[in-house]
Write a protein that binds this ligand. Structure first.
Ligand code: SF4
Ligand code: SF4
Length: 283
């Protein structure tokens, strides 16, 4: 029986063939082989590789978009000082290969999910991520964290005071609720766009995001998140940022494609050897 194509097919196809199992195989081959650079290994890959139930055709081409993220693997025999601290589930530091695999895996999964989320979001015709809370929702505002370099995309009022810079939106909701329209805030943790109740992001049009190709990083990544590692600021050591190992894929239940494709997202996480976690965020 043939099934009708749907606008979600490209995203679903990517969910069915996660890159992480292939990346893990590359790890193994690189560590046990005579390779100095990844290109040498890629050149020796066969046209087809089977990992568990997944068949990867032209694996070198599939891996190529992640080559820059895999480069750290080339330093494994002569490691540089760590740029971050990784902690296991009991809070103990991990290092060496285990830490390298978790770090590279997190970066690769994040990039892959950015593509998958974009492919699944577009056909939904939904703008939940781009508006403040509706009447009846328990929250008074939603927060969109921004990089300092992204601020110039938003010609909006700014709150950047001694008070805002020593607190966060969650710790000081009264300050975050001071805004009645979309506003940029400078918090202790950095900048964010606060969308108060019934407000909208200034870039949202009736059709879509006006700056879609250049939209902020955080707008590219909802609502299936890579959580092999989670940032843990409380454990930062001097200038080294800390991350806790979670080994999960987090999907936010408010999103229509997460609800619709729950089984496919769970299967994706399991193929990656990660636990799928579904969580409600808004409402
Ligand atoms: S920048 Fe675009 S994607 Fe991000 S919140 Fe605004 S409208 Fe939505
Ligand atoms: S909730 Fe989901 S479908 Fe709606 S805008 Fe956000 S990512 Fe897209």
């Amino acid at each position: 029986m043939t099934t009708e194509p749907t606008p979600f097919d490209a995203g679903l196809t990517r969910l069915q063939q996660p890159i992480l199992p292939l990346v893990r195989l590359v790890f193994l081959l690189f560590l046990t082989g005579p390779f100095e650079h990844l290109e040498e290994l890629f050149a020796e890959l066969p046209e087809e590789i089977e990992v568990g139930p997944t068949v990867y055709r032209n694996p070198a081409a599939l891996l190529d978009p992640y080559l820059d993220l895999l480069r750290d693997l080339e330093t494994v025999r002569d490691p540089a000082p760590a740029k971050q601290i990784l902690l296991d589930k009991t809070g103990q530091p991990i290092d060496g290969l285990e830490a390298l695999e978790a770090w590279i895996g997190q970066q690769i999964l994040t990039r892959e999910l950015e593509t998958i989320n974009s492919l699944l979001c577009r056909p939904c015709g939904c703008a939940l991520c781009c508006v403040g809370p509706e009447d009846g929702m328990r929250q008074d505002f939603f927060e969109i964290p921004l990089q300092a370099s992204e601020l110039s995309q938003f010609a909006l009022p700014r709150i950047d005071t001694d008070t805002s810079r020593i607190t966060t939106a969650l710790d000081n909701p009264a300050l975050a609720c001071q805004a009645t329209e979309a506003t940029l805030y400078h918090w202790q943790t950095g900048w964010s766009l606060i969308l108060p109740r019934l407000s909208t992001c200034p870039h949202l049009t009736t059709l879509a995001c006006r700056i879609y190709p250049e939209r902020p990083e955080v707008c590219r990544r909802p609502q299936i998140f890579a959580y092999i590692l989670e940032r843990d600021r409380q454990e930062d050591l001097d200038t080294l940022p800390a991350y806790a190992v979670r080994n999960t894929v987090l999907a936010i239940w408010d999103c229509p494609y997460v609800q619709r494709f729950k089984a496919e997202i769970a299967a994706y996480a399991e193929l990656c050897g990660l636990e799928p976690v579904f969580k409600e965020n808004k409402g």
